[in-house]
Write a new protein. Structure first.
Length: 55
């Protein structure tokens, strides 16, 4: 039971650190454009290259 004196504050501290990190990510704009990165990953920006003609 003495270990609870260490584990309970440790769990509260880790939970608070996670909450602070989440609030920081909200304020810094990490979740502003959720669809943009997905579309940029599949967008084809360069035109296809033509294969050289073999003679």
């Amino acid at each position: 039971m003495e270990i609870l004196v260490i584990l309970v504050p440790l769990a509260l501290a880790l939970g608070g650190a996670g909450l602070v990190a989440f609030l920081w990510s909200l304020r810094s704009g990490q979740y502003d454009d959720l669809d943009g990165a997905a579309w940029r990953a599949i967008a084809d920006d360069e035109p296809p290259q033509e294969a050289p003609v073999k003679r």
